[in-house]
Design a binder for this molecule. Structure first.
Ligand SMILES: Cc1cc2nc3c(=O)[nH]c(=O)nc-3n(C[C@H](O)[C@H](O)[C@H](O)COP(=O)(O)O)c2cc1C
Length: 353
């Protein structure tokens, strides 16, 4: 057994948390990871408030163990300022009805007021933990404190880690640039120890961790656990088209790119016709979240229809070392068993007096 500040504070068996991946991480994946002794995190940002409520109910029905919910609460999404929403409304309104239906997966990010309602749903449900990305508003952290909800903050730089630490979060998740989804430019190997040194809170390592070698490395860097995304896409419990999952299994290191072409913020995803098309048009990218509407139906077609040439498919460089679709619970137990073996082996064989 590997015991860390993460397993102790959350009361979980293994120091492995599955990332709150929008679309991909729904109740089924969360329950599978949580039941295996890790902690599953619901990709909360993609759900309209009523769906978010029902996904959380499904998790509660599926497991009694601790789980987490991911939310994005930057000012641009929580504001009630009509002027700020105007460009989003305009782009959204210009889409044909059928395209809007295809954008159901990110509708909450394009609908004024939806994120504020997500907050109400999450606070009412009071999950054991919430993971915040992009921003850590003090008002929300206070509400979590009052309900005994632990707050984790996902960051991609030392500056952001310090800000989140000052805002009073309980854990920092330091995500290196090799990770899938929105990410910064610092690599995991440099970022994690830097963040460990910069903040008092326990740190989780993220970005490129897909097996026990990655988990053992994360612990060696001073992390209290691993936050793992891409590896779990290749599981039957993850939401997503089979073609996307196969691409993760077959993918190679150089097939991902950091692109603003889907959301307006740098996102590591599979390189394809759509990302290449935007490489020359960097100046035309609309800011987050408007670019979601510009990318239109493509945001969803990767997940739903397996449109590999244009659909959005966030994935990290760990695709290089993922070669099998495995049940999510097996991913957790294999990862921990392998990390234990490596750490024991190093302690017994690599050190001499
Ligand atoms: C398909 C996918 C969707 C993601 N969606 C989110 C999200 O909604 N919110 C978030 O904070 N991070 C998101 N991420 C980033 C993950 O939280 C995590 O930091 C990252 O996957 C870790 O790196 P790895 O992919 O190498 O394991 C996503 C990542 C992937 C691969």
């Amino acid at each position: 057994m590997i015991r860390t500040e993460l397993t102790r504070r959350l009361g979980i068996r293994h120091p492995v948390v599955s990332a709150g991946m929008a679309r991909v991480s729904q109740a089924e994946l969360v329950v599978a990871v949580t039941e295996a002794g890790g902690m599953g995190c619901l990709g909360g940002v993609s759900f309209m408030p009523d769906q978010l409520h029902s996904e959380i109910q499904k998790i509660k029905a599926g497991t009694a163990n601790p789980y987490a919910v991911n939310l994005l609460l930057p000012d641009s999404l929580t504001t009630e300022d009509e002027a700020q929403w105007e460009p989003v409304r305009r782009l959204w309104g210009s889409l044909p009805e059928q395209d809007r239906a295809m954008l159901a997966g990110v509708e909450a990010l394009l609908t004024p007021g939806a994120v504020a309602k997500q907050v109400d749903v999450v606070l009412d449900a009071a999950p054991p933990a919430v993971v915040l990305t992009f921003a850590t508003p003090a008002w929300f952290i206070d509400e979590c404190r009052a309900r005994g909800i632990l707050v984790l903050a996902l960051v991609g730089s030392i500056g952001k880690a310090k800000e989140a630490a000052q805002d009073g979060v309980d854990f920092i998740v330091a995500q290196g640039s090799e990770g899938g989804g929105h990410t910064g430019y610092a690599s995991t190997l440099a970022l994690v120890p830097g963040v460990v040194d910069a903040v008092e809170q326990p740190v989780l390592a993220a970005g490129g961790i897909a097996d026990g070698r990655g988990l053992a490395a994360a612990l060696s860097l001073g992390a209290a656990g691993a936050w793992v995304g891409t590896r779990f896409i290749a599981s039957p419990e993850a939401y997503g088209h089979e073609a996307f999952k196969r691409r993760v299994v077959e993918g190679r290191l150089n097939q991902t790119t950091l692109t603003r072409a889907y959301t307006g913020k740098p996102l590591r995803a599979f390189r394809n016709n759509w990302t290449e098309q935007w490489e020359d048009k960097a100046g035309e990218v609309a800011p987050f979240p408007q670019q979601y509407a510009v990318a239109g139906t493509l945001v969803e077609t990767g997940y739903q229809d397996g449109d590999l040439e244009r659909g959005m498919m966030p994935a990290g460089q760990a695709i290089q070392i993922i070669d099998q679709i495995l049940p999510a619970g097996t991913i957790v137990t294999n990862m921990v068993a392998e990390a234990e073996q490596i750490l024991r082996h190093l302690a017994n064989n690599a050190i001499t007096d």
